[in-house]
Design a protein around this ligand. Structure first.
Ligand code: PMV
Length: 332
């Protein structure tokens, strides 16, 4: 570690959870109340260049982060990541991060997961540190980001302590080559409650949350088994039920939190009518109104046509606001 400067460029993909993380056991250590499991989205990525500069004792650290050309005011999360890296290295460095995403950050497409996974991966590789450090720093930035540091079907095992919370990949993305994700960007009418604030309110005020947590390990196992067997209908039902439950505990919070809008509800109804004969699509929603649809390649065209013709206001006509992706890899 005697060089004065290190520079590295990496890319990482956002992920979408099939069984979602909602609620923290510890905010400082970012320990979740339940396990979650996800896949990464190949089409979208954050490209991040990290420059690390050695600083002398007594010289103040000067970290900067810019995303899509805008300098960010460094929140607690960024400081926690950078300070943890400095503690780990034992010598002082300042970090400059320049990040760009190939998808609209404001569309609420889990940009923080891709962004923090990229920063953590860049830091780990720049200093040749092990994967445990990378996933911990990603988690410190944004819990869900820890699932973007691996590829394939990735489970974040909650653990009870900082050192126990970790991610594992059960299958590579190549295990199910026909699986597609369609992201439908539904216009947000007003700013959503942040996931941090939403989780805190749910954990504090929702009695239903405990019920959701009780079912968690069975659901996770159901996803692993159905993904292993390419059993789409079973996996699809688990995905939709879990998303519905996450939004139900949000509504059960006090005051209630509403992330789905009328477009989201139209998509939910449309998927159930598309599935009336056999289950061919599954929706899931994060802390916002955008839908992510799991679907096999052979049904993508029919589904897109149905979406375009259903929304008469032109929201999704000509594949506008509709993005089709294969499953992505981990960072590189
Ligand atoms: O990682 P955060 O703090 O942005 O929380 C993300 C939570 C959900 O996206 C709603 C669910 C999940 O598991 O990704």
């Amino acid at each position: 570690l005697d060089e004065e400067e290190r520079k590295i460029t990496v890319i990482a993909h956002p992920n979408i959870a099939l069984i979602k993380y909602w609620g923290k056991a510890s905010e400082t250590e970012m320990i979740p109340l339940n396990d979650s499991i996800s896949l990464t989205i190949d089409l979208f990525n954050a490209k991040t260049t990290l420059t690390a500069k050695r600083i002398d004792d007594g010289e103040g650290v000067d970290d900067t982060v810019s995303v899509n050309g805008t300098n960010l005011a460094l929140s607690t999360r960024f400081n926690r990541v950078f300070n943890s890296v400095r503690d780990r290295l034992g010598v002082q460095w300042s970090f400059t991060v320049t990040s760009s995403t190939n998808f609209p950050v404001a569309a609420g497409l889990a940009s923080s997961a891709a962004g923090f996974a990229a920063i953590a991966f860049a830091l780990g590789k720049a200093f040749d540190l092990p994967d445990e450090d990378i996933e911990r720093w990603a988690r410190y930035g944004s819990g869900s980001a820890s699932r973007s540091v691996l590829s394939g079907l990735v489970q974040w095992k909650k653990g009870d302590r900082n050192t126990e919370s970790h991610v594992v990949s059960h299958f590579p993305s190549s295990h199910w080559p026909d699986l597609r994700l369609i992201i439908l960007v539904a216009k947000e009418e007003e700013k959503a409650v942040s996931s941090k604030e939403g989780m805190e309110r749910t954990a504090r005020t929702s009695a239903l949350l405990q019920d959701r947590i009780r079912r968690n390990s069975e659901r996770i196992q159901g996803i692993i088994n159905s993904f292993a067997a390419h059993d789409f209908p079973t996996m699809a039902e688990l995905i939709m039920r879990d998303s519905n439950e996450m939004h139900a505990v949000c509504l059960d919070s006090y005051p209630p939190i509403q992330y789905l809008n009328s477009t989201s509800w139209s998509i939910i109804n449309l998927v159930h009518s598309f599935n009336s004969e056999s289950v061919r699509a599954a929706y899931t929603f994060d802390a916002g109104p955008n839908a992510c649809i799991f679907i096999l390649n052979e049904h993508v065209e029919e589904f897109q046509t149905l979406v375009s013709s259903t929304f008469s206001n032109g929201e999704f006509v000509d594949k506008k606001n509709m993005f089709v992706s294969t499953l992505g890899q981990g960072p590189r």
